[in-house]
Design a binder for this molecule. Structure first.
Ligand SMILES: [Zn+2]
Length: 294
């Protein structure tokens, strides 16, 4: 096999639009395995998380894979439901794996996959499974590309880890994911201070889902608007949007603050998405029945 950095030898650049990154490896298939046209020639390796699976035939699946460097791809995993398949353990829903993919005309084909993390713990609690489905749907709706893709994939993996290992309340993970994913996707709210008087903190504030801005208690009162954030929720909102990745989940919030934060983040997400995620209502029903402070 011939390994070429950036772009395969002899492949017209138009075929590689958007895929050219220095850390990728492209390979030419051995001469005997080349299909007709250029599409059959390209292979790529990338790490990716399975967001969705649709079964077809007896043992095959079409997967939606959130990759680190190539955004969200549709991947055919032939025979992957057969326990003897080399794809079996790495291609399940919410598996994070190292993939070797072959580019086809309409979809990619999984040639090899090795599991890195399979998030078994998600299956232990029903609210974790419903929230994982919601997170997966949000990721697909935001459909990040380029550097945004790597950042939102990292957020998604961190959030699934918190759920899988029961480290954080699912209601908190939901709020963190909504706010951070939107902020990483270009919908950065203006949380510095009251947009009217510049007050930074103290007492309740109003957060506008439509404009993503803050009003302090007295400015909100002058406009006859109800405050919707207590002090804890405001601090948490700022932390979620501004903290480094490795500190993202390093905070706690009381029940009342989490309630405020949850409403604010959900309204912010719904305002900026074109349509409400289908998985939201079932998730709300589960969380409203079972959420507790952990
Ligand atoms: Zn003010």
């Amino acid at each position: 096999m011939v390994h070429v950095d950036g772009q395969p030898l002899g492949i017209p650049s138009v075929r590689c639009g958007g895929l050219g990154r220095a850390d990728e490896r492209y390979m030419l298939l051995p001469r005997g395995k080349r299909g007709p046209g250029w599409w059959g020639l390209l292979k790529l390796t990338d790490k990716g998380l399975v967001l969705r699976e649709v079964k077809y035939g007896e043992t095959s699946r079409i997967l939606t894979v959130f990759t680190q460097n190539h955004g969200i791809l549709s991947v055919s995993a032939k025979g992957s439901l057969n326990p003897k398949s080399k794809l079996f353990s790495a291609s399940g829903l919410y598996s994070y794996s190292e993939w070797v993919l072959r580019e086809g005309r309409k979809t990619y084909f999984a040639d090899e996959a090795a599991p890195i993390e399979v998030f078994f713990g998600l299956r232990e609690r029903v609210e974790s499974l419903y929230l994982a489905a919601y997170i997966a749907e949000l990721a697909q709706m935001l459909s990040p590309v380029g550097e945004e893709s790597a950042r939102i994939l990292r957020l998604t993996l961190n959030s699934l880890y918190m759920l899988s290992h029961h480290k954080k309340d699912p209601a908190l993970v939901k709020a963190v994911y909504e706010m951070r994913a939107l902020a990483e996707s270009g919908f950065m709210p203006g949380l510095l201070a009251c947009e009217e008087c510049g007050k930074y903190e103290g007492g309740p504030f109003h957060f506008s889902a439509a404009s993503g801005t803050l009003l302090c208690g007295s400015c909100a009162e002058k406009r006859e608007i109800m405050c919707n954030l207590n002090e804890g929720a405001l601090a948490a909102l700022r932390h979620i949007v501004l903290s480094d990745d490795d500190k993202l989940y390093s905070f706690t919030l009381g029940k009342e603050g989490l309630g405020c934060l949850g409403v604010a983040s959900e309204q912010y997400a719904l305002h900026h998405l074109h349509t409400p995620p289908r998985s939201l209502v079932p998730l709300q029903m589960i969380l409203n029945g079972e959420t507790k402070d952990r």
